[in-house]
Design a protein around this ligand. Structure first.
Ligand SMILES: [Zn+2]
Length: 358
């Protein structure tokens, strides 16, 4: 193991230990599912991803940074700034790139199929922050390599950012209770657990907001910021509406999730929700293939569907159409969400009460 890999592992274990200890000491919410089961699944997926990264493109971003520097590739290699400024601007731009990648993961149907694995967790804790489908990890690595080349980032920037991003993700998914004043101050700069929990709400309007991973500035600047969850932090339901049964969210099911729906059949709840998410208009007209033309709504809405919090971003990339002129009507959005996210088995719109399994 190289010194760099050892340092990364050391930082990872340290952050894991600190955040997990805080979760035991000051938990924010009671657990809906048994932690033992979830940790087994999440750590299994994380272990798979670590092996996959080591066998494939794990070091590719850093190697690309070395190459870009020697060849003079990318934006930051064109300017003659002091090292500290290039480093800081590089970190900022990488964080923005990861924010945009996350917006795309919610907007593009195939990416959303993969990203659903991260969102299907019925509780949130430190392990959720690293629980991703292996294919999403691979795509992220390729994306990162391209960003590093385009921006001309130096290897130190990439190394620091990767460690920072891992630590930030573990912190923002943690089930910890921060002092309200500390939370408010932190939130002006970085993504706090309260801010990111809203992104894991079962309500799509909330899921399609607070996309940031490290700095909170991008959500505020690009209009995807949601201040508080509609049901409150303690009562809100986490996860995805079509995937409410933990027994069907085991490791193998999660690996297969992008390729099949839990109920089986082409019109199961998950398929239905997916179809409505990306192809509501055509689906309502009774077309047999719910995924046909699913990129159109992304083009129409700037990738944010009904996401009211994403207005500014939508305006940047969207032409007004008949379909989306009613987007401001909150009541209509709520009515649509009730049918989209809470099908028959989930009629109340939310589950009352949380059980503590431990
Ligand atoms: Zn997400």
């Amino acid at each position: 193991m190289t010194w760099e890999a050892a340092l990364r592992l050391g930082i990872f274990l340290l952050v894991l230990l600190v955040v997990a200890s805080l979760e035991f000491w000051r938990p924010k919410r009671s657990w809906r599912e048994a932690r033992k089961t979830r940790w087994g699944i999440n750590l299994g997926l994380i272990g798979l991803n670590v092996i996959l990264q080591r066998l494939t493109l794990g070091a590719a971003a850093v190697l690309m940074a070395v190459h870009a520097q020697s060849e003079g590739w990318g934006l930051l290699n064109l300017v003659d700034w002091p090292g500290w400024l290039t480093f800081l601007v590089g970190l900022l731009l990488l964080d923005l790139a990861i924010y945009l990648q996350h917006v795309l993961a919610h907007a593009l149907p195939f990416f959303w199929r993969l990203h659903q694995v991260h969102h299907a967790d019925l509780d949130l804790d430190v392990t959720s922050g690293l629980r991703f489908h292996p294919l999403e990890i691979l795509l992220s690595l390729i994306y990162k390599v391209l960003v590093v080349a385009a921006l001309g980032l130096n290897p130190l920037t990439v190394l620091v950012f990767e460690a920072l991003l891992n630590a930030a993700s573990m912190f923002s998914h943690a089930n910890i209770r921060l002092h309200p004043r500390l939370e408010q101050v932190l939130r002006w700069f970085i993504i706090t657990p309260d801010m990111h929990r809203i992104h894991h709400s079962v309500y799509r309007q909330e899921t399609d907001s607070n996309f940031g991973f490290f700095l909170s500035v991008w959500d505020r600047l690009l209009g995807t910021y949601t201040q508080a969850p509609r049901d409150g932090h303690l009562q809100m339901d986490l996860g995805l509406a079509p995937y409410r049964d933990q027994t069907r969210l085991g490791l193998v099911s999660l690996l297969m999730m992008p390729f099949r729906s839990p109920g089986g059949g082409s019109q199961s709840e998950a398929e239905e929700a997916f179809a409505q998410r990306f192809n509501r208009h055509q689906h309502q007209q009774g077309q047999s293939d719910p995924f046909k033309g699913r990129g159109q709504e992304f083009l129409n809405t700037g990738g944010l569907g009904d996401g009211v919090p994403g207005k500014k971003l939508e305006k940047l990339i969207q032409q007004p159409t008949e379909q989306n002129t009613d987007r401001d009507n909150r009541e209509q959005i709520d009515a649509q969400r009730a049918t989209t996210q809470f099908p028959a088995q989930y009629p109340q719109g939310r589950q009352t009460g949380h059980r503590s399994s431990e």
